[in-house]
Write a new protein. Structure first.
Length: 513
């Protein structure tokens, strides 16, 4: 009998090979910390039912393996419960090798690949053929799909694991490419119209010579101001621009930065919107109380920011979230959905498939919060790591100003701030635990949602952006050739995308001239 779920694949011989090649110790830790999953999670169910092409492996009584390809429209592979997957076997294959193998040996394996997002899932279990069950066939038959069913195959899951994404070639479905090109053409047309509007506005400003030395009302309102306010005794620093009577956009930053990351975006939005960007506790110029008197958890950060919006009288606002700002902002949305007018996620994750291998050291600390594992995370706080977060995945890093990462590094180096950040690394697992609740909010409330994503982010994968459409089919996804801090390298492009999105989704507001 297997001791761990992974024993279905890790036989004594396999473990001996792992020991000889040097990987056994790591897999032993994995086994002790929970091993592979044995039930289908909601995220896995979404991945399974999005497949259009799968590989089913079986073996005959003599152990000779056979791999069969099966395909169909998205949804042809169905999750029936948390242990069972089913699909209709369509007519066409006349060899019936899989049927014969399963009659002798029920053990089977499903191998699923998402080429577009570089993901693959391995599922071990047992399969059986069901013939003559019209009700089950009708339940599993894709609606409107022109194919003749022969029988049903049911797959019972024993264990599953996600595999390394490296060396998966990126490929896209022809229909997805056509839809993306059509969307691109529509956006180009809209952005060209936006550029023309700005060109005409600039011409008006440049030809008005009546008071050349006096700033215009537009210039005054669009220029950010720097303020602080008291939130239950805590001094919160924030940047503000735009007309307070205009629709509000609340900008929430991430690690290791502050509201400083929005320094260029705010003036680009402030002619139409009231933009507010606070620094989270422990970041930027907001107070950073000692961790013995202030709990640094994401629940607590969200409580402070929620109270901040109430102190400022922000009763309705669009949320622009990045990195840490996402779990903080999504808590606000779950607590008060009536306050949210739109969501913009810039590399702000809510799906497990969006977490890259870059999270592995932090996840080790979640499973075993030992002093050694905590100390290992200090590498994330080094100045060179902060710089790397800004430059990784950027096509032309020489165009980035070093001001941003130098500023962040200086604030991270303040006495005691390292322990604050390590506390938050440890508590990030609370965000992952809340992913299902965030996803339920996206499904039930369907806020206007834009994911504008640096596709080369080393921490949050593009799959995290695409997953929003699973729960909110109207979500708009824009993947940019940028890294984690897309605003640093693609600021004007992000600003134009956000302006165009908000113009369609928020109430019309006169532009300030």
């Amino acid at each position: 009998m297997n001791v761990y779920a992974s024993d279905i694949a890790f036989t004594p011989t396999v473990k001996a090979a792992q020991a000889r090649k040097g990987s056994r110790r790591g897999y032993a830790r994995m086994e002790q910390n929970g091993s592979w999953q044995t039930r289908i999670s909601p995220d896995l169910a979404g991945f399974i039912e999005a497949q259009t092409s799968i590989f089913l492996a079986t073996a005959n009584a003599e152990g000779q393996p056979y791999i069969q390809h099966r395909g169909g429209p998205a949804g042809f592979l169905r999750v029936l419960d948390d242990r069972t997957i089913g699909f209709v076997d369509f007519a066409g294959n006349r060899q019936y090798v899989t049927l014969g193998n399963l009659a002798d040996n029920p053990r089977a394996h499903l191998f699923l690949i998402d080429y577009a997002h570089g993901q693959r899932i391995k599922i071990w279990g047992e399969a059986r053929v069901v013939e003559g069950d019209a009700e089950l066939t009708a339940k599993l038959m894709p609606e409107g799909y022109k194919a003749r069913s022969e029988h049903v195959i049911l797959f019972i899951v024993s264990a599953w694991d996600s595999n390394c994404p490296r060396h998966i070639p990126q490929r896209f479905e022809a229909a997805d490419v056509a839809a993306a090109l059509a969307e691109r053409d529509e956006r180009i047309e809209a952005l060209e119209a936006e550029i023309e509007r700005w060109r005409k506005a600039t011409t008006v400003f440049s030809t008005d010579k009546s008071h050349p030395a006096a700033p215009t009302n537009k210039e005054i309102i669009m220029t950010p101001t720097y303020r602080t306010t008291s939130v239950d005794g805590l001094k919160v620093f924030y940047r503000e621009a735009g007309d307070p009577k205009a629709p509000t956009v609340l900008l929430l930053h991430g690690f290791p930065t502050s509201s400083h990351m929005y320094r260029d975006l705010m003036p680009a939005l402030a002619d139409r919107y009231h933009v507010v960007a606070p620094d989270l506790p422990g970041f930027g110029f907001t107070d950073a109380p000692d961790r013995t008197s202030f709990k640094y958890s994401f629940d607590h950060l969200a409580e402070v920011i929620e109270r901040f919006t109430e102190v400022l009288g922000l009763s309705r606002y669009a949320l622009y979230v990045f990195d840490y700002g996402a779990p903080v902002g999504f808590r606000l949305a779950v607590h008060h959905p009536e306050r949210i007018t739109a969501l913009i996620s810039q590399n702000g994750n809510s799906y497990t498939e969006g977490l890259s291998e870059g999270w592995n050291p932090i996840q080790v600390y979640w499973r075993d919060p030992s002093p050694e594992n905590r100390s290992a995370l200090r590498a994330f706080l080094k100045p060179e790591t902060t710089q790397w977060q800004y430059t990784h995945g950027v096509p032309n890093p020489e165009r980035l100003s070093p001001d941003a990462w130098t500023f962040d590094s200086a604030l991270l180096a303040r006495p005691g701030n390292d322990e604050i950040q390590l506390d938050l690394f440890g508590d990030y697992q609370s965000n992952v635990a809340l992913y299902p609740k965030f996803q339920e909010y996206f499904r039930s409330h369907r806020p206007p949602l834009l994911a504008v994503w640096g596709k080369n982010d080393p921490f949050f994968l593009p799959a995290g952006a695409e997953a929003f459409k699973r729960d909110n089919p109207d979500a708009e996804i824009r993947l940019l050739d940028a890294g984690h801090f897309a605003l640093e390298s693609q600021g004007p492009e992000v600003a134009a995308i956000v302006r165009e999105f908000l113009a369609r989704k928020l109430p019309k507001q006169p532009t300030i001239y």
